[in-house]
Design a protein around this ligand. Structure first.
Ligand SMILES: Nc1ncnc2c1ncn2[C@@H]1O[C@H](COP(=O)(O)OP(=O)(O)OP(=O)(O)O)[C@@H](O)[C@H]1O
Ligand SMILES: [Mg+2]
Length: 331
Protein backbone atom coordinates (compact mmCIF):
# COMPACT_ATOMS: atom_id res chain seq x y z
CA UNK A 1 0.00 0.00 0.00
CA UNK A 2 2.65 2.45 1.11
CA UNK A 3 4.92 1.44 -1.75
CA UNK A 4 2.12 2.13 -4.23
CA UNK A 5 1.62 5.57 -2.79
CA UNK A 6 5.30 6.35 -2.97
CA UNK A 7 5.44 5.26 -6.57
CA UNK A 8 2.53 7.58 -7.36
CA UNK A 9 4.23 10.39 -5.51
CA UNK A 10 7.49 9.97 -7.44
CA UNK A 11 5.50 10.04 -10.65
CA UNK A 12 3.79 13.28 -9.60
CA UNK A 13 7.15 14.76 -8.67
CA UNK A 14 8.80 13.91 -11.97
CA UNK A 15 5.82 15.30 -13.90
CA UNK A 16 6.04 18.48 -11.88
CA UNK A 17 9.73 18.93 -12.64
CA UNK A 18 9.06 18.47 -16.36
CA UNK A 19 6.40 21.17 -16.12
CA UNK A 20 8.78 23.52 -14.36
CA UNK A 21 11.40 23.01 -17.08
CA UNK A 22 8.84 23.52 -19.82
CA UNK A 23 7.80 26.90 -18.44
CA UNK A 24 11.32 28.13 -17.85
CA UNK A 25 11.91 30.97 -17.04
CA UNK A 26 9.27 30.94 -14.41
CA UNK A 27 8.73 33.30 -11.53
CA UNK A 28 10.40 32.33 -8.31
CA UNK A 29 7.18 32.63 -6.38
CA UNK A 30 5.46 29.96 -8.49
CA UNK A 31 8.36 27.59 -7.98
CA UNK A 32 8.38 28.28 -4.28
CA UNK A 33 4.62 27.83 -4.13
CA UNK A 34 4.78 24.59 -6.07
CA UNK A 35 7.65 23.44 -3.91
CA UNK A 36 5.75 24.20 -0.74
CA UNK A 37 2.67 22.33 -1.95
CA UNK A 38 4.74 19.35 -3.02
CA UNK A 39 6.63 19.50 0.25
CA UNK A 40 3.36 19.39 2.13
CA UNK A 41 2.14 16.52 -0.02
CA UNK A 42 5.31 14.56 0.62
CA UNK A 43 5.06 15.31 4.31
CA UNK A 44 1.45 14.16 4.40
CA UNK A 45 2.33 10.93 2.63
CA UNK A 46 5.06 10.08 5.03
CA UNK A 47 3.78 11.56 8.29
CA UNK A 48 0.48 10.73 9.82
CA UNK A 49 -1.76 13.76 9.83
CA UNK A 50 -5.24 14.48 11.04
CA UNK A 51 -6.97 14.13 7.70
CA UNK A 52 -9.05 11.71 5.65
CA UNK A 53 -6.02 9.98 4.23
CA UNK A 54 -5.05 8.77 7.67
CA UNK A 55 -8.35 8.77 9.51
CA UNK A 56 -11.27 7.17 7.70
CA UNK A 57 -13.81 4.87 9.25
CA UNK A 58 -14.20 1.50 7.56
CA UNK A 59 -17.62 0.22 8.64
CA UNK A 60 -17.47 -3.03 6.69
CA UNK A 61 -13.94 -3.61 7.97
CA UNK A 62 -15.11 -3.28 11.56
CA UNK A 63 -18.04 -5.62 10.95
CA UNK A 64 -15.81 -8.23 9.31
CA UNK A 65 -13.24 -7.96 12.10
CA UNK A 66 -15.88 -8.32 14.81
CA UNK A 67 -17.51 -11.27 12.99
CA UNK A 68 -14.28 -13.07 12.19
CA UNK A 69 -11.86 -12.20 14.97
CA UNK A 70 -13.86 -11.61 18.15
CA UNK A 71 -15.09 -14.88 19.61
CA UNK A 72 -18.03 -15.50 21.92
CA UNK A 73 -19.10 -11.87 22.34
CA UNK A 74 -22.35 -11.59 20.43
CA UNK A 75 -23.69 -8.77 22.63
CA UNK A 76 -20.52 -6.66 22.72
CA UNK A 77 -20.00 -7.14 19.02
CA UNK A 78 -23.47 -5.87 18.16
CA UNK A 79 -23.36 -2.84 20.47
CA UNK A 80 -19.90 -1.78 19.36
CA UNK A 81 -20.67 -1.97 15.66
CA UNK A 82 -23.83 0.06 16.11
CA UNK A 83 -22.28 2.61 18.45
CA UNK A 84 -19.11 3.25 16.45
CA UNK A 85 -20.80 3.21 13.05
CA UNK A 86 -23.53 5.58 14.21
CA UNK A 87 -21.05 7.95 15.77
CA UNK A 88 -18.57 7.98 12.90
CA UNK A 89 -21.25 8.57 10.28
CA UNK A 90 -22.56 11.61 12.14
CA UNK A 91 -20.77 14.76 11.01
CA UNK A 92 -22.05 16.75 13.90
CA UNK A 93 -22.20 14.63 17.06
CA UNK A 94 -23.53 16.36 20.17
CA UNK A 95 -20.96 14.80 22.46
CA UNK A 96 -17.94 12.50 22.20
CA UNK A 97 -18.61 8.77 22.02
CA UNK A 98 -18.07 7.19 25.43
CA UNK A 99 -17.98 3.41 25.68
CA UNK A 100 -17.47 1.48 28.88
CA UNK A 101 -16.40 -2.12 28.37
CA UNK A 102 -16.88 -4.52 31.28
CA UNK A 103 -16.10 -8.13 31.91
CA UNK A 104 -13.92 -10.94 33.14
CA UNK A 105 -10.21 -10.96 32.40
CA UNK A 106 -8.99 -12.02 28.97
CA UNK A 107 -12.37 -11.76 27.25
CA UNK A 108 -11.38 -9.23 24.58
CA UNK A 109 -11.80 -5.71 25.94
CA UNK A 110 -8.38 -4.44 24.87
CA UNK A 111 -8.63 -6.55 21.75
CA UNK A 112 -11.89 -4.86 20.69
CA UNK A 113 -10.37 -1.43 21.32
CA UNK A 114 -7.64 -2.40 18.90
CA UNK A 115 -10.18 -3.55 16.27
CA UNK A 116 -11.95 -0.19 16.58
CA UNK A 117 -8.66 1.72 16.21
CA UNK A 118 -7.65 -0.46 13.24
CA UNK A 119 -10.82 0.50 11.40
CA UNK A 120 -10.61 4.23 12.04
CA UNK A 121 -6.90 5.02 11.90
CA UNK A 122 -4.66 3.80 9.11
CA UNK A 123 -1.95 3.32 11.73
CA UNK A 124 -4.29 1.53 14.14
CA UNK A 125 -3.05 1.48 17.72
CA UNK A 126 0.24 2.99 16.52
CA UNK A 127 -1.55 6.13 15.44
CA UNK A 128 -0.46 9.37 17.05
CA UNK A 129 -4.13 10.08 17.63
CA UNK A 130 -4.79 6.99 19.76
CA UNK A 131 -3.85 7.38 23.42
CA UNK A 132 -3.84 4.66 26.05
CA UNK A 133 -3.76 5.34 29.77
CA UNK A 134 -3.34 2.53 32.26
CA UNK A 135 -4.24 3.51 35.82
CA UNK A 136 -1.58 1.53 37.62
CA UNK A 137 1.09 2.50 35.11
CA UNK A 138 0.39 6.18 34.47
CA UNK A 139 -1.25 7.19 37.75
CA UNK A 140 0.34 4.91 40.37
CA UNK A 141 0.66 7.28 43.34
CA UNK A 142 -2.54 8.72 44.81
CA UNK A 143 -0.45 11.38 46.55
CA UNK A 144 0.34 12.88 43.15
CA UNK A 145 -3.24 13.09 42.00
CA UNK A 146 -3.22 16.87 41.67
CA UNK A 147 -0.31 16.64 39.23
CA UNK A 148 -1.87 13.75 37.31
CA UNK A 149 -5.09 15.67 37.07
CA UNK A 150 -3.64 18.73 35.42
CA UNK A 151 -1.33 16.65 33.21
CA UNK A 152 -4.21 14.51 32.05
CA UNK A 153 -6.40 17.52 31.28
CA UNK A 154 -3.62 19.26 29.38
CA UNK A 155 -2.85 16.08 27.52
CA UNK A 156 -6.45 15.57 26.44
CA UNK A 157 -6.89 19.21 25.51
CA UNK A 158 -3.61 19.37 23.59
CA UNK A 159 -4.35 16.22 21.65
CA UNK A 160 -7.91 17.12 20.75
CA UNK A 161 -6.74 20.59 19.73
CA UNK A 162 -4.33 19.03 17.25
CA UNK A 163 -6.86 16.42 16.08
CA UNK A 164 -10.54 16.34 16.91
CA UNK A 165 -10.73 12.69 15.85
CA UNK A 166 -8.65 11.51 18.78
CA UNK A 167 -9.25 8.30 20.67
CA UNK A 168 -8.53 7.86 24.38
CA UNK A 169 -8.48 4.45 26.01
CA UNK A 170 -8.52 4.29 29.80
CA UNK A 171 -7.47 0.84 30.93
CA UNK A 172 -8.12 -0.41 34.49
CA UNK A 173 -10.76 2.24 34.91
CA UNK A 174 -11.90 0.52 38.11
CA UNK A 175 -8.50 1.25 39.64
CA UNK A 176 -8.53 4.91 38.70
CA UNK A 177 -8.88 7.44 41.48
CA UNK A 178 -12.32 9.15 41.60
CA UNK A 179 -10.68 12.57 41.54
CA UNK A 180 -8.95 11.73 38.29
CA UNK A 181 -12.17 10.48 36.76
CA UNK A 182 -13.78 13.74 37.82
CA UNK A 183 -11.11 15.65 35.96
CA UNK A 184 -12.04 14.08 32.62
CA UNK A 185 -15.80 14.43 33.07
CA UNK A 186 -16.14 17.84 31.38
CA UNK A 187 -14.70 16.42 28.16
CA UNK A 188 -17.34 13.72 28.00
CA UNK A 189 -20.29 16.04 28.31
CA UNK A 190 -22.59 17.88 25.91
CA UNK A 191 -20.54 21.05 25.52
CA UNK A 192 -20.30 22.78 22.21
CA UNK A 193 -16.79 23.90 23.10
CA UNK A 194 -14.65 24.04 26.21
CA UNK A 195 -12.08 26.85 26.16
CA UNK A 196 -12.51 27.02 22.42
CA UNK A 197 -11.91 23.31 21.88
CA UNK A 198 -14.60 20.90 20.72
CA UNK A 199 -14.33 17.34 22.02
CA UNK A 200 -17.42 16.11 20.24
CA UNK A 201 -15.66 14.06 17.60
CA UNK A 202 -13.41 12.18 19.98
CA UNK A 203 -13.88 8.68 21.31
CA UNK A 204 -13.33 7.66 24.93
CA UNK A 205 -13.17 3.98 25.83
CA UNK A 206 -13.10 2.80 29.44
CA UNK A 207 -12.01 -0.75 30.22
CA UNK A 208 -12.66 -2.47 33.52
CA UNK A 209 -13.48 -5.72 35.25
CA UNK A 210 -16.30 -4.03 37.16
CA UNK A 211 -19.46 -6.09 36.94
CA UNK A 212 -17.47 -9.04 35.59
CA UNK A 213 -18.46 -11.43 38.35
CA UNK A 214 -22.14 -10.71 37.90
CA UNK A 215 -21.86 -11.21 34.16
CA UNK A 216 -20.28 -14.60 34.89
CA UNK A 217 -23.17 -15.51 37.22
CA UNK A 218 -25.70 -14.76 34.50
CA UNK A 219 -23.75 -16.70 31.90
CA UNK A 220 -23.51 -19.62 34.34
CA UNK A 221 -27.27 -19.52 34.98
CA UNK A 222 -27.90 -19.82 31.27
CA UNK A 223 -25.42 -22.67 31.01
CA UNK A 224 -26.99 -24.52 33.93
CA UNK A 225 -30.42 -24.03 32.42
CA UNK A 226 -29.15 -25.74 29.27
CA UNK A 227 -29.72 -22.57 27.31
CA UNK A 228 -27.64 -21.40 24.43
CA UNK A 229 -25.15 -18.67 25.29
CA UNK A 230 -26.33 -16.70 22.30
CA UNK A 231 -29.74 -16.42 23.95
CA UNK A 232 -28.27 -14.08 26.55
CA UNK A 233 -29.47 -10.58 25.82
CA UNK A 234 -28.30 -7.22 26.98
CA UNK A 235 -31.31 -6.86 29.27
CA UNK A 236 -30.31 -10.07 31.09
CA UNK A 237 -27.06 -8.32 32.00
CA UNK A 238 -28.41 -4.93 32.86
CA UNK A 239 -28.26 -5.67 36.58
CA UNK A 240 -24.61 -6.69 36.23
CA UNK A 241 -23.85 -3.29 34.78
CA UNK A 242 -25.90 -1.30 37.24
CA UNK A 243 -24.75 1.32 39.64
CA UNK A 244 -25.29 -0.86 42.71
CA UNK A 245 -22.96 -3.52 41.38
CA UNK A 246 -20.19 -1.06 40.58
CA UNK A 247 -20.41 0.48 44.00
CA UNK A 248 -20.52 -2.82 45.85
CA UNK A 249 -17.60 -4.11 43.92
CA UNK A 250 -14.91 -4.62 46.55
CA UNK A 251 -12.09 -5.01 44.09
CA UNK A 252 -12.69 -1.81 42.30
CA UNK A 253 -14.45 1.43 42.03
CA UNK A 254 -16.42 2.84 39.19
CA UNK A 255 -17.32 6.44 39.48
CA UNK A 256 -21.03 6.92 39.96
CA UNK A 257 -21.22 10.43 38.56
CA UNK A 258 -20.21 9.16 35.13
CA UNK A 259 -23.32 7.04 35.23
CA UNK A 260 -25.52 9.55 37.03
CA UNK A 261 -24.87 12.18 34.46
CA UNK A 262 -25.33 9.79 31.53
CA UNK A 263 -21.89 10.56 30.25
CA UNK A 264 -21.35 6.96 29.21
CA UNK A 265 -23.25 6.24 26.01
CA UNK A 266 -22.92 2.46 26.05
CA UNK A 267 -22.09 -0.07 28.75
CA UNK A 268 -20.77 -3.10 26.95
CA UNK A 269 -20.69 -6.49 28.69
CA UNK A 270 -18.08 -9.11 27.81
CA UNK A 271 -19.04 -12.72 28.51
CA UNK A 272 -16.58 -15.20 30.06
CA UNK A 273 -15.03 -17.51 27.46
CA UNK A 274 -15.64 -21.27 27.17
CA UNK A 275 -13.58 -24.18 25.85
CA UNK A 276 -14.77 -23.67 22.24
CA UNK A 277 -13.59 -20.04 22.33
CA UNK A 278 -10.18 -21.03 23.63
CA UNK A 279 -9.90 -23.39 20.69
CA UNK A 280 -10.85 -20.52 18.36
CA UNK A 281 -8.27 -18.23 19.97
CA UNK A 282 -5.58 -20.87 19.56
CA UNK A 283 -6.50 -21.45 15.90
CA UNK A 284 -6.48 -17.68 15.26
CA UNK A 285 -3.09 -17.32 16.93
CA UNK A 286 -1.60 -20.08 14.73
CA UNK A 287 -3.00 -18.37 11.64
CA UNK A 288 -1.54 -15.06 12.80
CA UNK A 289 1.85 -16.67 13.07
CA UNK A 290 1.58 -17.91 9.51
CA UNK A 291 1.00 -21.62 10.34
CA UNK A 292 -1.82 -23.79 9.11
CA UNK A 293 -4.19 -23.87 12.09
CA UNK A 294 -4.07 -27.34 13.63
CA UNK A 295 -7.19 -28.38 15.52
CA UNK A 296 -5.31 -31.04 17.51
CA UNK A 297 -2.85 -28.47 18.81
CA UNK A 298 -5.71 -26.05 19.56
CA UNK A 299 -7.45 -28.79 21.57
CA UNK A 300 -4.25 -29.47 23.49
CA UNK A 301 -3.98 -25.78 24.36
CA UNK A 302 -7.64 -25.56 25.37
CA UNK A 303 -7.38 -28.69 27.53
CA UNK A 304 -4.44 -27.20 29.35
CA UNK A 305 -6.41 -24.10 30.36
CA UNK A 306 -7.95 -23.84 33.84
CA UNK A 307 -11.74 -23.49 33.98
CA UNK A 308 -14.10 -22.34 36.71
CA UNK A 309 -16.25 -22.66 38.81
CA UNK A 310 -14.51 -25.70 40.29
CA UNK A 311 -17.51 -28.01 40.06
CA UNK A 312 -18.68 -27.13 36.56
CA UNK A 313 -15.48 -25.97 34.86
CA UNK A 314 -17.18 -23.92 32.17
CA UNK A 315 -15.30 -20.66 31.85
CA UNK A 316 -11.63 -20.03 31.30
CA UNK A 317 -10.06 -18.37 34.34
CA UNK A 318 -7.83 -16.16 32.19
CA UNK A 319 -10.02 -16.04 29.11
CA UNK A 320 -7.84 -16.16 26.01
CA UNK A 321 -5.05 -14.29 27.73
CA UNK A 322 -2.35 -16.94 28.01
CA UNK A 323 -3.10 -18.73 24.75
CA UNK A 324 -0.18 -17.23 22.85
CA UNK A 325 2.40 -18.45 25.37
CA UNK A 326 0.74 -21.86 25.74
CA UNK A 327 0.96 -22.26 22.00
CA UNK A 328 4.73 -21.84 22.18
CA UNK A 329 4.78 -24.81 24.52
CA UNK A 330 2.65 -27.11 22.35
CA UNK A 331 4.22 -26.35 18.98
N1 LIG B 1 -13.27 -12.73 22.72
C1 LIG B 1 -12.07 -12.86 22.15
N2 LIG B 1 -11.97 -13.18 20.84
C2 LIG B 1 -10.76 -13.30 20.26
N3 LIG B 1 -9.59 -13.17 20.90
C3 LIG B 1 -9.64 -12.84 22.20
C4 LIG B 1 -10.87 -12.68 22.89
N4 LIG B 1 -10.60 -12.37 24.17
C5 LIG B 1 -9.29 -12.33 24.29
N5 LIG B 1 -8.69 -12.62 23.10
C6 LIG B 1 -7.23 -12.73 22.87
O1 LIG B 1 -6.58 -12.68 24.13
C7 LIG B 1 -5.76 -11.53 24.23
C8 LIG B 1 -5.96 -10.87 25.58
O2 LIG B 1 -7.26 -10.32 25.66
P1 LIG B 1 -7.55 -8.83 26.12
O3 LIG B 1 -6.27 -8.17 26.45
O4 LIG B 1 -8.42 -8.16 25.12
O5 LIG B 1 -8.37 -9.09 27.47
P2 LIG B 1 -9.08 -8.07 28.44
O6 LIG B 1 -10.55 -8.34 28.32
O7 LIG B 1 -8.64 -6.71 28.14
O8 LIG B 1 -8.60 -8.60 29.86
P3 LIG B 1 -8.24 -7.81 31.24
O9 LIG B 1 -9.54 -7.52 31.91
O10 LIG B 1 -7.42 -8.77 32.00
O11 LIG B 1 -7.50 -6.58 30.84
C9 LIG B 1 -6.16 -10.64 23.07
O12 LIG B 1 -5.09 -9.92 22.57
C10 LIG B 1 -6.68 -11.60 22.04
O13 LIG B 1 -5.60 -12.12 21.30
MG1 LIG C 1 -7.42 -5.47 29.31
Amino acid sequence: MKTAHLYLLLHVLSTASVLVNAFDPITTSVIVGLGATLGKTIYNYLHESCDKKWIAFNATGLKTDLDDKLFGQHIASRIILKAVSGFMSNDNPKKPLVLSLHGWTGTGKNFVSKLIADNIYREGMDSNFVHVFTSTLHFPHPSQNATYKSQLQQWIKGNVTSCERSMFIFDEMDKMHPGLIDSIKPYLDYYDKLDGVSYRKSIFIFLSNAGGERIVETALDFWKGGRDREEIELRDLEMSLSLSVFNNNQSGFFHTSLIDKNLVDFFVPFLPLEYQHIVQCAMAEMKDRGFDPDRDVADKVARDVVYFPKSERVFSVKGCKTIASKLDYFT
